[in-house]
Design a protein around this ligand. Sequence first.
Ligand code: CMC
Length: 436
Amino acid sequence: MKLADYKATLSFSNGSPAVDMPIYQGNIGPDVIDIRKLYAQTGKFTYDPGFLSTAACQSTITYIDGDKGELLYRGYPIEQLATNCDFLETCHLLLYGDLPDAAKKKDFTSRVTNHTMVNEQMQFFLRGFRRDAHPMAIMTGLVGALSAFYHDSTDVHNAEHRDISAIRLIAKMPTLVAMAYKYSVGQPFIYPKNDLSYAGNFMHMMFATPCEEYKVNPVIERAMDRIFILHADHEQNASTSTVRLCGSSGTNPFAAIAAGVACLWGPAHGGANEACLEMLEDIQRMGGVSKVGEFMEKVKDKNSGVKLMGFGHRVYKNYDPRAKLMQETCNEVLTALGLENDPLFKLAKQLEKIALEDDYFVQRKLYPNVDFYSGIVQRAIGIPVKLFTGIFALARTVGWIAQLNEMIGDPEYKIGRPRQLFTGSVKRDVMPIAKR
Ligand code: CMC
């Protein structure tokens, strides 16, 4: 961290002495005021629900410029990674800091493919779930359960354990997501096939059956791979911060990632892709494009509780660069499958057009986010809506684990322990039950 050549001075209107606080500069992005000694110096905490202005860590992994609509993984623009690299190269980049050369890529790919199977016992654990369980409920359980199967990689303070668990998680997530799907449709689990690409193998485990091979369509394989790249990391979002907070207690990596999966499930975060597609289907059922105006009125009415899912972002106050890439992929996939006239795609484009011209959205700087088009692509590929967030979790696992490993390696890391502004009852005595 580089100390800035200026500092912050906090003064108080009640005559308490002012305090100086150091300021640090990142390589890009806003400077941060170091408030760590604030409580010791003033007896006061800061108040920042939702972390609107608080940096909880330093990180070298992902940088977002929300005003420009720019996303960089280890300095590389997402557009270049999505166009020139595959997901496993991106995983190597996020985990180890740089893109692999050909030899490193071969080695990394072989390490990952070596771990694609899961312990055979996992399927008995999975069979304990109801068939109609939400895949994210199953994923939360399965990922947490990995720590009960892989005892040799659970010590988060051991660098070798951290590396093996990272590889295992990246390798096994597609297997687990596909197993959750197969279980829901009552089909046998399909074992991974290591001569396929990462995305191709996932499609194989999803759609092959013991009686029929699945021929991977290269356009769809590439689209799936791009979905993985676009979701791989997104700096200190809710699920990543959950993984960091959970991992900060020294718990094992599988447990920390399971916490991330649980957080991602919510509709304000990873669950938005499912919610967005359901919203599009609802509008389509109500009459499609002709009902867009009516729907938008509801979105703008604060009492309706209706949001335009797939729109808005805490950090992006401009077009989410992932949404642009996803729209491009959407076009490619629908064309490859002969679905150019897909009514939901038309509807989504119409909603986007209206929103981008509407004062409500313009004033609040609300733009499409990654989830606006990802559901349409996944639906066209044949992925059931309920599995969308599971696929997001699969892709985000590398980001979670890279961030967890970065935190453990940071000499400044401490167990996460936020403070509070207490507004409850002051001390009082328990009355005997007859007098309460
Ligand atoms: N539709 C309608 N109004 C919205 C929307 C939306 N999608 N998003 C934000 N607003 C309004 C919000 O009501 C508020 O209005 P006002 O200032 O009048 O009270 C204003 O815009 C600012 O919104 P906010 O809720 O204070 O912003 P936030 O940073 O707390 O929330 C968000 C960000 C992503 C939770 C929110 O935009 C949202 O709920 N979007 C829909 C869900 C969604 O698409 N989530 C996926 C995020 S990207 C994938 C991921 O990272 O998980």
